[in-house]
Design a protein around this ligand. Structure first.
Ligand code: FMN
Length: 156
């Protein structure tokens, strides 16, 4: 089975875990990134990123390194932005049909609540069976994440 971990990450939490999951599962690691860089300041990021997410705006993304439709199974990683998934992934879904391939989703958020985000993703990606909501680790590792991630990994 050909498997990939596909993720977007702005501040590195989702990236770090995507790398760990790819390392443990042997899946290919594919980063989704925007052409235009996000603003550097925290407030500008929240305002600009929140605006993109809230209004469903699709930022241009960099070319993918491969054809995602060639994968059998995709593990998707995203930060929660304005209670939904990262706008760059909205662009991805519009550019390649991976709707049936995504079976697992891991999210990072400040609140540790990905309910609305998963509900929105599930409408687009009907085969999601395994999800985990992890807490932002920008200020250091979170003990709570360890057991949650282990349980997620066990179901992959
Ligand atoms: C534009 C923006 C919007 C965000 N909106 C939310 C939100 O609605 N709820 C929440 O709990 N965290 C929110 N966050 C916090 C991120 O989800 C959190 O910092 C996450 O760990 C970042 O993952 P990353 O390091 O992979 O980018 C937001 C962050 C940004 C930049």
């Amino acid at each position: 089975m050909k498997r990939a971990v596909v993720y977007y990450s702005l501040t590195g939490c989702t990236k770090k875990t995507a790398e760990a999951i790819a390392g443990k599962t042997g899946a290919d690691l594919i980063r989704i990134d925007t052409v235009k860089e996000m603003p550097a300041g925290f407030k500008s990021r929240i305002m600009y990123g929140g605006m993109l997410a809230t209004f469903g705006i699709k930022p241009k993304i960099k070319d993918l390194p491969c054809d995602l439709s060639s994968y059998d199974d995709i593990i998707l990683g995203t930060p929660v932005w304005a209670s939904t998934f990262a706008p760059a992934l909205k662009t991805l879904f519009a550019s390649v049909d991976i709707s049936s391939k995504v079976t697992s989703v891991f999210t990072y958020s400040g609140s540790g609540d990905n309910g609305k985000c998963i509900s929105k993703l599930s409408k687009i990606l009907p085969n999601i069976k395994n999800t985990v909501s992890l807490l932002d680790e920008g200020k250091g590792p979170r003990e709570e994440n360890k057991a949650l991630l282990e349980s997620f990994l066990a179901k992959l």
